[in-house]
Write a protein of this length. Structure first.
Length: 386
């Protein structure tokens, strides 16, 4: 009987311990204990980085010995970028995780030391490296502005600036590759030097953004910072793809696109073998646009396909399953592809699509000025082109 009671108590204790751990992980906190060395009896402002702006969380009193303390809730798996300010001067930068107990020693000029958080230590290192590079680069810019544009000094300064920028860029690439699971890579990606020169400003940097997102999403899938970085990575990937397509634009006389059809097979517009191609952007969620398929495109396609007409229809719709169902239900026999990014898609941007539906006519490999609004005007256009 006693053994049973002991086992029962142990079992209850284990349940309580598990519940306590679960609650701690769901609703944990981080604590910051600091010393502001040269401003006793003052205040420290605590601000949160809310993606692209600061959000003030609290104002903390500093005692007569310069000590202050702050505690904030932080969800498990969702680190927060938190910054301490004295008046308008940032005096410390922190990357806090659930359970952190951080000690900060700072002064009112922005010099600080941090312990108790490896991510905060790395963030401070990142900011110090950038401050050193930025000061050096800004000095070179000032000297160049003061030099004679045609002088040898100006040429030397330009070379020095280029070398300085390249060296720093390579060091940052090395940093993000060596720290793929650290949130400190996020501010590195957004560093800007001088008058708006981004460190990661090349189209091919989209590859670094994408790779780091893949890594961070395995550790911090719920972080809003990581989600925002993914949006930026996708945007940059679109730009990279657009640049590559534009570089190959001499092969065809229209912007080329490649999207997946209902069978998940990618179809390139430039591979369509037809005398006339109607490139039609539409939304399958719009009843009138679905009726346009049946009332205009379908009867025209049946009459002119054998004469050299093909339709390359691009759905801009996030509901890919609904689009595929509409294509099947309406019996649309031409090329149907879909881009779930909608107006933000590369295809839409290439053709400057800002409203739906819209059509473009490609005849013998060239964009034409042909327009149509209904079946009659489309037939008239095709009779002329074919």
């Amino acid at each position: 009987m006693k053994n049973f009671d002991i086992l029962s108590l142990l079992s209850k204790a284990a349940v309580l311990l598990s519940a306590t751990v679960l609650l701690a992980s769901c609703g944990g906190s981080a604590r910051v204990d600091g010393i502001l060395e040269d401003a006793p009896d003052s205040e420290v402002i605590v601000r949160l980085l809310d993606i692209n702006r600061f959000k003030t969380l609290d104002t903390v009193s500093v005692d007569d010995e310069g000590r202050f303390s702050y505690k904030m809730k932080i969800a498990a798996g969702q680190p927060e970028f938190v910054y301490l300010f004295y008046k308008d001067t940032r005096i410390a930068s922190l990357l806090l995780e659930n359970g952190d107990r951080v000690k900060v020693t700072a002064d009112t000029t922005g010099t600080f030391e941090v312990s108790g958080s490896e991510e905060s230590r790395l963030l401070a290192e990142v900011e110090r490296d950038f401050a050193v590079f930025s000061a050096s680069f800004t000095d070179l810019v000032s000297r160049l502005d003061a030099a004679d544009p045609d002088s040898e000094e100006a040429s030397d300064l330009k070379r020095e600036m280029g070398a300085s920028y390249t060296d720093y860029y390579r060091s940052r690439v090395r940093y993000v590759m060596e720290h793929p699971y650290s949130m400190t890579v996020i501010p590195v990606f957004y560093q800007v030097v001088g008058a708006g020169l981004p460190v990661f400003g090349q189209d091919t940097d989209a590859i670094h953004f994408d790779n780091i997102c893949d890594s961070l999403e395995t550790v911090y899938p719920d972080s809003r910072y990581v989600k925002s970085l993914r949006d930026e990575a996708d945007r940059r990937q679109d730009i990279l793809e657009m640049r590559i397509r534009m570089q190959n634009a001499d092969e065809v006389n229209f912007p080329d696109i490649e999207l997946s059809d209902v069978s998940a097979t990618k179809v390139r517009l430039s591979d369509v073998d037809a005398k006339v191609i109607i490139l039609h952007f539409w939304s399958p969620s719009d009843a009138l646009q679905k009726m346009f398929n049946l009332d205009v495109l379908k009867p025209v396609y049946e009459d002119y396909h054998s004469r050299g007409l093909e339709i390359y229809q691009v759905a801009l719709d996030a509901d890919k399953a609904g689009w595929a169902r509409t294509v099947k239900d309406q019996g649309l026999e031409w090329i149907n592809v879909c881009d779930v990014q909608g107006y933000a898609s590369t295809a839409a941007r290439l053709y400057n699509v800002n409203s739906l539906p819209v059509s473009f006519v490609i005849a013998e490999g060239d964009m034409t000025a042909g327009k149509f609004t209904d079946e009659k005007s489309l037939r008239r256009l095709l009779d002329r082109l074919l």
